[in-house]
Design a protein around this ligand. Structure first.
Ligand code: FRU
Length: 607
């Protein structure tokens, strides 16, 4: 989503709020060393709070007319303000709003909370300026307007609108206060941002989950109900449901929550309606046990545990964020795909999307085996930065469209952005193919809608020979680090380097290895890599070539590169933080020559 439409989206959101004076009617009373009351005497819709990234959380208890409403945690600025975040208090207009703030204890006794800079920087306002001030903010990927984001949640498609909820901290750019943020799109490119859909409650904060449309009113909430199931996370992790009757904008909690409790950590319920059994199915990650649990239900409230699958293949960390769906095979038959996001234990350290193909009979999943009779480990992405990938419920035309969180738990909190943290991958359409060893695998290609992003063709080359000397092409100079590159090579018999670089000498080197038929992505010299020892990396993907050609489609969006090889049979998603955008593309062989069939470099329409 581009910068201007983001601002437009926020202005729209705020237009619905009462336009009142922006008087700074905030009074601050220090009650003790670590305890301060902030009284808000105004009907302004937004309370703007100052954040300092390096300090500890303050616990803020929100009181309305003297009654406890909720608690949130925020790193209120002590010595400097890094950025501000808005707290929407519009629904309390006409009521007394008080923040009872407990600042952290780890201060020396001579310095009390009253000395902190936050108090003089709290403001009331009618609007919040979320315009981009950061060079690494993507131009055409989904990001929250502000704050931290991790997993995509509750994705469903209804009547032309793709809903995307996401794990969100509205009060700062680190993981905390898990809330379902909400965005929608009609074209999978331009996103509209909406107020938080489900906020932390007494049962816990709101972890990942899914949403379905209950058209037959099986739950009794009404045939217009969108029913969400998510993990309520506190001392224990339990599964709860909520229903929406305004097209997914707001949700009412089901009083019978939680609907599922287990003795050990279980989370991220993913539901779907199984036409074959006439029941709802739900897959739940039994995180520490490295297995997925399969439940069924007739009414979305009462769930029966039928089976499990796991304790096989990659088990390096916790199993999280499952998805389960059927995909057509090219010959007209079908297979089920079970997605098991895994962290850590991914292919290049930290987070990764593992999947299995096989059968699902409504109760349990049976995996395909490899030639040795073992359950094979298959990865959906061979980069470091695609995690928690799940698909949309009810996507049109039998499509299986999915997206993932474009980061990795190893360093997600350390990446050099400030007012927002993390973007999602481009939406991808999943399909099945059979590799040369006869294994069925999942391809993920950019959703067709993404082609609408293409702007002018800035470079086109037909057939050309590539040698050790290399050929260099300029990337669009005025694009501020965004473009799409498509290139096709005859399957080379020598190694080929595809290098993106800038005048600062920072570079990303993709190397086609002719012996292994792999593509590697080296970001060790890509720009800023010093924020985490886990960031500099070389990731390697099999190319799964089929017709003697290697075709690559690459999307560069300031701080991310997504490489799709051979129609999505292989893909790599990696973050990069160049100090200036990459300006040149160079193709060169290690020795001998290779044949470039075609090259196209496109501007992206995203401003
Ligand atoms: C995956 C995850 C989920 C959990 C969520 C919490 O990234 O750990 O299992 O629901 O993040 O934000």
């Amino acid at each position: 989503m581009n910068k201007n439409s983001k601002i437009a989206a926020l202005s729209l959101l705020l237009a619905a709020l009462p336009a009142s004076a922006s008087d700074n009617c905030v009074t601050v009373e220090h009650l003790g060393t670590n305890n301060t009351l902030v009284r808000v005497n105004s009907d302004s819709p937004l309370l703007i709070l100052p954040v300092q990234e390096s300090v500890d959380d303050a616990a803020v208890r929100l009181l309305v007319d003297g009654k406890y409403e909720r608690t949130f945690y925020i790193r209120l600025a002590k010595s400097k303000v890094d950025y501000t975040v808005p707290v929407d208090i519009s629904k309390y207009a006409g009521h007394d709003v008080v923040l009872n703030v407990l600042t952290s204890q780890n201060r020396s006794s001579v310095r009390e909370a009253k000395d902190d800079v936050c108090w003089s920087n709290i403001r009331l306002n009618d609007s919040f300026d979320s315009s981009n001030r950061e060079k690494y903010r993507p131009a055409y990927h989904h990001t929250p307007l502000w704050g931290w984001m991790n997993d995509p949640n509750g994705m469903y498609y209804d009547n032309g609108t793709w809903h995307l909820y996401y794990q969100w901290n509205p009060y700062g750019s680190k993981w905390q206060n898990m809330t379902w943020g909400h965005s929608t799109t009609k074209d999978l490119i331009n996103w509209e941002h909406h107020p938080a859909a489900i906020e932390p409650q007494a049962m816990g904060s709101i972890f990942s989950g899914s949403a379905v449309m209950d058209k037959n009113n099986t739950a009794g909430f009404g045939s217009d109900a969108v029913v969400a199931m998510y993990t309520t996370a506190d001392a224990s992790q339990t599964q709860s449901i909520a229903h929406s009757h305004d097209g997914g904008m707001t949700f009412e909690l089901y009083p019978g929550n939680p609907v599922i409790t287990l003795e050990t950590e279980a989370r991220d319920p993913k539901m779907f309606y199984n036409d074959k059994t006439g029941e709802w199915n739900m897959t739940l990650a039994h995180a520490l046990d490295h297995e997925m649990l399969f439940f069924s239900s007739k009414d979305l409230k009462n769930w029966t545990l039928n089976g499990s699958f796991g304790k096989v293949a990659a088990q390096g960390g916790v199993w999280e964020c499952p998805d389960l769906f059927e995909l057509a095979m090219p010959d007209g038959s079908s297979k089920w795909v079970l997605i098991c996001n895994l962290n850590p234990g991914g292919p290049f350290g930290g987070s990764g999307v593992q999947y299995f193909t096989g059968d699902f009979d409504g109760k349990t999943f049976t995996s395909d085996l490899d030639a040795n009779g073992n359950v094979p480990t298959k990865w959906l992405d061979f980069g470091k930065d695609n995690y928690a990938l799940v698909s949309w419920y009810n996507a049109p035309d039998n499509r299986r469209t999915a997206l993932g969180w474009m980061s990795n738990w190893q360093y997600a909190a350390d990446v050099p952005t400030m007012q927002f943290r993390s973007a999602n991958t481009l939406p991808r359409d999943l399909s099945l193919f059979t590799d040369t060893e006869g294994m069925v695998r999942v391809a993920s290609a950019p959703a067709p809608e993404v082609e609408a992003l293409r702007g002018s063709l800035v470079k086109k080359s037909g057939s050309a020979s590539i040698s050790k000397k290399g050929r260099t092409y300029a990337l669009p100079a005025d694009n501020d680090g965004i473009c799409e590159i498509c290139l096709s090579l005859d399957s080379p018999s020598t190694n080929v380097d595809i290098t993106l670089s800038n005048p600062q000498g920072e570079k990303v080197v993709l190397t086609y290895n002719a012996t292994d038929r792999t593509l590697s992505f080296d970001r060790t010299q890509s720009g800023r890599t010093d924020f985490s020892l886990d960031f500099p990396a070389v990731t390697v993907a099999p190319t799964f070539e089929s017709n003697g050609k290697v075709s690559l489609r690459m999307f560069i969006d300031r701080s991310s590169i997504e490489v799709f090889a051979n129609g999505g049979r292989s893909c790599m998603t990696n973050l990069v933080f160049p100090s200036q955008p990459y300006t040149s593309l160079r193709l060169a062989t290690a020795k001998g020559s290779a044949r470039l069939n075609s090259l196209e470099i496109y501007n992206i329409n995203a401003e």
